[in-house]
Design a protein around this ligand. Structure first.
Ligand SMILES: *[C@@H]1O[C@H](CO)[C@@H](O)[C@H](O)[C@H]1NC(C)=O
Ligand SMILES: *[C@@H]1O[C@H](CO)[C@@H](O)[C@H](O)[C@H]1NC(C)=O
Ligand SMILES: *[C@@H]1O[C@H](CO)[C@@H](O)[C@H](O)[C@H]1NC(C)=O
Ligand SMILES: *[C@@H]1O[C@H](CO)[C@@H](O)[C@H](O)[C@H]1NC(C)=O
Ligand SMILES: *[C@@H]1O[C@H](CO)[C@@H](O)[C@H](O)[C@H]1NC(C)=O
Length: 173
């Protein structure tokens, strides 16, 4: 992170316009933070206000409750907000957490359909969405997860058939 911002400042000083542009276009910590803030604002019911109080822009994202980051790049690798009585939709911005390897939203009241952006998360090894109020068909995109080991979708209200693409996830345990 420090190396990146150093690079960007030096570039600014030297007016290397193309370098500045590429620094700004690269998905970054800011992208992860925006995704988490989108999740926070989509949560409509949060009894103890845990997320509302803890996920504050004035503190570093990697210290937020339920968040783990990679030590090297300080990108979000794990999101675990299970069993917090949270109610809301899963926003499409979640698909921007490109370093995410573990997603645990289990035992809450997340509702609505799964965002179509979810398969952007190629590094996901674990998805636990069990015990929510999710609806709609199971998306047919499971074969985009090349590293998926664990998938839990039980105790929801999904409809339709189980997509055959699930059979292509050879890493699934
Ligand atoms: C958020 O929670 C974490 C873990 O419990 C804690 O270390 C941190 O200080 C909290 N931050 C705020 C702003 O409450
Ligand atoms: C998420 O946190 C809960 C409560 O601390 C824990 O029981 C669960 O194992 C965690 N999930 C993952 C995937 O580590
Ligand atoms: C979620 O709920 C199930 C069923 O009540 C329970 O077995 C499981 O331990 C819970 N998981 C967490 C992380 O609280
Ligand atoms: C993140 O995702 C949303 C919706 O999928 C998108 O509009 C936005 O441009 C993405 N990028 C960033 C940097 O937040
Ligand atoms: C997934 O498996 C189906 C058969 O169930 C096959 O037709 C399809 O080509 C496979 N797709 C990929 C991306 O491997």
């Amino acid at each position: 992170m420090e190396e990146n911002s150093m690079l960007c400042s030096v570039a600014t000083l030297l007016f290397f316009h193309s370098i500045i542009t590429s620094c700004m276009a690269t998905p970054s910590i800011k992208t992860d933070q925006l995704a988490l803030l989108a999740l926070k604002s989509s949560i409509s019911h949060n009894p103890k206000n845990i997320i509302l109080r803890n996920w504050s822009s004035s503190t570093p994202m990697c210290t937020w409750i339920g968040i783990s980051c990679s030590s090297r790049h300080q990108r979000v690798t794990s999101l675990n907000i299970s069993d917090m009585s949270l109610e809301g939709r899963i926003p499409s911005e979640l698909g921007n957490l490109s370093f995410l390897s573990s997603l645990d939203l289990s035992n809450n009241s997340f509702y609505g359909t799964l965002p179509q952006e979810l398969p952007n998360l190629h590094r996901l090894r674990l998805i636990d969405l069990s015990g929510n109020k999710l609806t709609g068909p199971l998306p047919s995109f499971f074969s985009s997860f090349h590293n998926l080991r664990s998938l839990r979708l039980s105790r929801n209200s999904f409809s339709g058939h189980i997509p055959s693409s699930i059979g292509n996830v050879s890493t699934l345990e």
